[in-house]
Design a protein around this ligand. Structure first.
Ligand code: TMP
Length: 213
């Protein structure tokens, strides 16, 4: 018997938006109703991709050996290519539901909106990396940049390369996320990240319950 393919959901938003917490809560709700879930993340999710993540998340080096934006883009997409082929597609083919912390919309928002790289070029390389795989639904949890910065400061840990990019950068990233949701209201659900955690989980779960088999 051929198994039905699983669904693929991605969770997005600027740093500190609460997407990772929501992803875990939604996975718990799905498992409680008997849905088998794979929880994963980008950059990362597969051994080679996690190695690439270490490079990408390292703090800015003091020796001026800065990573150029093209290298950054290609590393995110190299990590994605491995993750898609090794983890995501096999899980979907086994009929499991995949919940992924960030995916292509992060690249459009951070490298396109934030870094200013050409969106069409990004789309084309992303398409190569994913072999055309697209999420069944993307959830963007939107919060103002001030709240994001407050939350990151409260964590009290050193900022990684992306987190230290500054307020203007995050304003551009947030705008790109909002624009993406406006352009694709059926594929991307924009959620108000200032709602309570329970309200957010309920809303995401309701949308997932309505996605057609
Ligand atoms: P995380 O903090 O949600 O684990 O994400 C790691 C960082 O990587 C975050 O600052 C967003 C950034 N990122 C990109 O810039 N482009 C991408 O394609 C992805 C997946 C993440």
């Amino acid at each position: 018997m051929i198994k039905d393919k699983g669904k693929f959901y991605t969770f997005e938003g600027i740093d500190g938006c609460g997407k990772s917490t929501q992803l875990v809560r939604v996975a718990e709700r799905l498992r409680a109703v008997g849905v088998s879930c794979v929880v994963t993340r980008e950059p990362g999710g597969a051994p080679i991709s996690e190695k690439i993540r270490e490079l990408l998340m390292a703090p800015i080096p003091s020796d001026k050996a800065q990573m150029c934006v093209e290298t950054e883009l290609l590393l995110y997409l190299a990590a994605r290519a491995q993750h898609v082929s090794e983890i995501i597609v096999p899980a979907i083919n086994r009929g499991e539901t995949v919940l992924c912390d960030r995916f292509e919309q992060a690249t459009f928002a951070y490298q396109g909106g934030g870094r200013g790289l050409d969106m069409e070029k990004i789309r084309s390389i992303n398409d190569f990396a994913t072999n055309g795989l697209m999420p069944d639904m993307t959830f963007i949890i939107d919060i103002p940049v001030e709240i994001s910065q407050e939350r990151l400061n409260k964590l009290g840990k050193g900022k990684d390369r992306m987190e230290s990019a500054g307020v203007d950068f995050f304003e551009r990233v947030r705008k790109a996320y909002i624009n993406a949701a406006t352009a694709d209201p059926y594929g991307i659900k924009l959620l108000d990240g200032t709602m309570s955690m329970d309200e957010l989980t309920n809303e995401i779960f309701e949308v997932i319950s309505c996605v057609k088999a």
